[in-house]
Design a protein around this ligand. Structure first.
Ligand code: APR
Ligand code: PHB
Length: 392
């Protein structure tokens, strides 16, 4: 078996693993990233693309933000729709901050492309990654590649392997605990090479259900509608989806809706999940490995970024100054921000979707809350500061 020694072994080459790997490498810390899939497979995933300044600041700090600055779309506001009107949340005015629309795939590509020149070792197609002795001073992981067995001995392991990876499973069941909410619907998403119907995002709560108008560029749009969990993709030809979007987004958006053939169409379930603690011994969890949010608040990638901001600072302090305070504080500090983002995502999901028990009274409550938001600077500010991302 080939044995390799490093300082930090990272499981997963998604946004969390790649951001962490680069941040550690810029400080000369030895890192190996092991990823189950090929680079092409990782880049083939369609994901959300609303970046908080925490995420764009990390890319700036890494000197990897040139494409993001050239192609990213700065957004000062977004809209809530109640089926009749648009309620604009002016983030820039209310918080002094904005978000940037830039596909997660593009951010992952920027991080992946920069790996060779920055000596960030990524082992793709690493099979059966298994963690060992995470609670000892000598944690390690093993994997197979091209039929050969490999072992990596590290000082720390970062579990950035998403919601179905092995890292969280390496924490004994008596130690960790999961908190979950599964939503009784999914999002049917469509990607189309047509100009967006609106320059800003529109989250719509319509009598028939939720819809979201988003985009990837001035010529590429991303739309979603809420559908029942058992919905079949084949029951949604493009025309039916465009018709439903026109209804749910409301007359103002519908008037600008440009139709076109879907280049991607899929249904994704919605779930809230948090695993505590985010650390066990020398294993640290970051990103989807520790938590999942419904996409309503566009928090998934940004929570991965804030976890990595905390964890990279803590690891750098340890290796540079033998200061373990950040490592000791990591789980509680990351979870404090995670839970507030989980709350906001849960709140916006409940406000904007039709649940099976959304009876006439519950519908009136949703409409009344949207009406209150429309007239309240305090409510708009609370929503804006959560959407742009709470401070680290
Ligand atoms: N061995 C090695 N790698 C693995 C394994 C495994 N057993 N299991 C999963 N992985 C890899 C996946 O292939 C993926 O590339 O870990 C990576 C995890 O990446 P993400 O799932 O993207 O999670 P994260 O990096 O935390 O980013 C969170 O991604 O999924 C979206 O909505 C989510 O926007 C959020 C962001
Ligand atoms: C997207 O553009 O895919 C997107 C944007 C905002 C969300 C979710 C998804 O809240």
């Amino acid at each position: 078996m080939a044995i390799q020694r490093t300082q930090v072994a990272i499981v997963g080459a998604g946004p969390a693993g790649l951001l962490l790997g680069h941040l550690l490498r810029t400080e000369g810390i030895e890192v190996v990233v092991v990823e189950r899939r090929s680079a092409d497979y990782v880049l083939s995933r369609i994901r959300a693309g609303v970046l908080e300044t925490i995420t764009t600041d990390l890319m700036e700090r890494l000197g990897l933000a040139s494409r993001l600055k050239a192609e990213g779309l700065p957004h000062d506001g977004f809209n809530l729709a109640d089926g009749e009107r648009l309620i604009r949340i002016d983030m820039a005015e209310l918080t002094g901050k904005r978000v940037t629309v830039y596909g997660q795939t593009e951010l992952t590509r920027d991080l992946m492309d920069a790996a060779p020149e920055r000596d960030l070792e990524i082992v793709h197609e690493a099979i059966d990654v298994t963690l060992h002795d995470v609670n000892a001073d000598t944690p390690s992981l093993t994997y197979r590649k091209d039929g050969a067995e490999h072992r990596i001995e590290a000082e720390f392991i970062a579990g950035c392997d998403g919601s179905h990876g092995p890292s969280r499973q390496a924490i004994p069941s008596g130690i960790g605990r999961g908190f979950e909410r599964v939503y009784p619907f999914g999002w049917l998403g469509i990607l189309a090479e047509v100009p967006p119907c609106s320059e800003e995002l529109i989250y719509a709560n319509h009598e028939r259900g939720f819809a979201l108008a988003s985009m990837r560029s001035p010529t590429r749009s991303r739309y979603y509608i809420q559908v029942p969990l058992d919905e079949r993709l084949e029951d949604w030809p493009d025309d039916r989806l465009w018709d439903e979007l026109a209804i749910r987004l409301g007359p103002e958006a519908a008037a600008s809706l440009v139709r076109g053939p879907s280049i991607e169409k899929s249904i994704a379930p919605l779930r809230s999940f948090v695993f505590e603690p985010m650390r066990h011994g020398r294993l640290f969890l970051a990103g989807d490995a520790a938590h999942i949010v419904p996409p309503t608040g566009a928090k998934g990638l940004n929570l991965a970024a804030s976890d990595v901001a905390y964890l990279s600072d803590a690891l750098i302090a340890w290796f540079k100054r033998a200061d373990g305070a950040g490592l000791e504080a990591y789980s509680a500090k990351a979870l404090a921000r995670v839970w507030k983002a989980e709350r906001f995502s849960w709140y916006l999901t409940n406000l904007m979707h039709r649940f099976p028990d959304t009876d006439a009274f519950a519908r009136r409550m949703q409409v009344a809350e949207l009406d209150y938001i429309a007239g309240s600077t305090a409510m708009k500010t609370a929503i804006a500061e959560n959407y742009v991302g709470l401070s680290l």
